[in-house]
Design a protein around this ligand. Structure first.
Ligand code: EPU
Length: 444
């Protein structure tokens, strides 16, 4: 009990620090567990693709329209950063925006905004390619680990950029980027996307070996190609980019969020029969196979998956890896699922550090999860869970704690849900429409 109180106190101190530092409103969820869920839920546009397509509009002075944009905090911050640089943003409807970047009048990214969004790093590629300079604050660490940007910086140097750093900012400049062969030391999603955006206006040919293959990379390359770029091989580990002098405007519709889709599929397996609509099952092949092996009952359609409450789950070990492997962003929901499975499963997180710390919260709720080392835990199940006062540590752990509260006996209070809002739009409304008892409270 002592360690529970310490964890709660420490997490709330961290929350208080964020509230004071970033001057933002804080909310909590109050959830009454054990409600049976049923119905349909529609998956929104992919956060991590929208966060690249929007900066990719900077590469041209002609307007670009981006639709199916999710209404989440991270996207709003990215739009605010670009507006601060001078981009004119027209909201056409609730999920469609037109970006006119012909009015950009500065190249220094606002530090207070960039600190709220690690993905602001993806502004470097397009800003550098278009304007020959960009100043961006050091990203620093985050709750899910150190998350360095050395791959990005090394790639920009290879492309001919000069990088100077002062206490707060990197100042990156070039007269014109020149194509190069780039082999990062690890597969990096935003690293690959940044290189593609920088190289498409560089002189000559760039080849990226060991590129990330995520659907976000493919859609980014398709969007740029539709505007005149020459990018071949996106979706494979070797991508070739032949630089062009300019890009035109264009339209793009953000692909469905495979992480949101996978999360709702696990939700159905845990607490109801749910038709998860507007997804692309091909983006989730390994995940769906693992769920089938664990005993989750599903019916696969072209753009939807019907998932059925699956009480007879089998322990299934899982290792996260780069796409098309099991996504790290679904590791926490899968670990929760394994707390309800018969037997012992090993969860091995290979992509991001610090992504297993939330398992302490699940243990507080009644799970039996033993840490082996910073990257692996053993989950013994099934164990009943009980409602508690808990704190969301990050987006993906946060959604797992929301789902844990939905299957727990009694009431849970989850603080710091602003982090969950960064990845899942209107979550409380959507869960309520499935029959969940979930209320959002402002706490400051
Ligand atoms: N890495 C380096 N140096 C770098 C960049 C990455 O060592 O310069 C290491 C990282 O420390 C990590 C690994 O490479 O161990 C992979 O990191 P990656 O660069 O692929 O992560 P990212 O691009 O920063 C994106 C998503 C994350 C998602 C990861 C892995 C966006 C905006 N973010 O991050 O999404 O977990 O890929 O798939 O695309 C989330 O949505 O909750 C989230 C964290």
């Amino acid at each position: 009990m002592g360690s529970y109180n310490n964890l709660y106190l420490l997490s709330n101190l961290a929350t208080l620090y964020i509230v004071l530092y970033l001057n933002i409103l804080m909310y909590q969820y109050i959830i009454n567990g054990k409600q049976k869920l049923s119905g349909e839920i529609t998956v929104y546009g992919d956060k991590n693709t929208a966060l690249k397509l929007i900066p990719a509009t900077i590469l041209s002075d002609e307007p670009c329209e981006v639709s199916n944009v999710p209404d989440i905090t991270d996207v709003k911050i990215m739009i605010q950063i670009m507006q601060d640089l001078g981009t004119k943003v027209e909201k056409v409807d609730e999920s469609t925006y037109i970006f006119d970047n012909s009015t950009i009048n500065k190249t220094k990214i606002d530090a207070s905004l960039a600190k709220k969004l690690r993905a602001s790093t993806v502004l470097i590629g397009p800003m550098l390619a278009k304007f020959g300079e960009v100043s961006i604050p050091h990203p620093g660490g985050c709750i899910i680990g150190k998350r360095p940007i050395d791959i990005h910086l090394e790639a920009f140097k290879k492309l001919g950029a000069e990088i100077k750093a002062d206490e707060e900012y990197y100042h990156i400049t070039t007269s014109r980027l020149k194509g190069a062969k780039i082999i990062p030391h690890s597969i990096s999603v935003t690293g690959t996307e940044n290189i593609i955006m920088a190289a498409c206006l560089a002189e000559g040919e760039t080849v990226v070996e060991y590129a990330a293959c995520e659907p976000s990379v493919i859609q980014l390359a398709d969007f740029l190609n539709s505007r005149g770029a020459k990018i071949e091989g996106a979706g494979n580990p070797r991508i070739k980019i032949t630089g062009v002098d300019s890009l035109k405007g264009g339209d793009v519709e953000v692909i469905p969020d495979r992480i949101e889709a996978g999360t709702f599929i696990i939700l159905g397996a845990l607490c109801g029969d749910i038709n998860v609509k507007n997804l692309n099952p091909a983006h989730l092949e390994v995940f769906l196979e693992m769920l089938s092996q664990a005993g989750v009952k599903m019916e696969r359609g072209e753009n939807n998956i019907k998932v059925y409450h699956s009480p007879n789950l089998k322990a299934t070990s899982m290792t996260t890896s780069a796409y098309p492997g099991f996504p790290t962003d679904l590791q926490a929901p899968f670990t929760l699922l394994m707390t309800q499975a018969q037997g012992i499963s090993m969860i091995h997180e290979t992509i991001l550090e610090g992504r297993l710390s939330y398992t302490e919260w699940l243990n507080m709720m009644g799970a039996n999860i033993i840490p082996c080392d910073p990257h692996r835990v053993l989950v013994s199940g099934p164990t009943p869970l009980y409602g508690k006062k808990i704190v969301s540590p990050d987006i993906r752990a946060g959604i797992a704690l929301v789902m844990a509260s939905l299957i727990a006996q009694g009431q849970s209070h989850i603080d710091n849900i602003d982090l969950v809002d960064r990845g899942y739009a209107n979550l409380d409304e959507r869960l309520t429409s499935l029959g969940a008892s979930i209320v959002r409270n402002q706490i400051n």
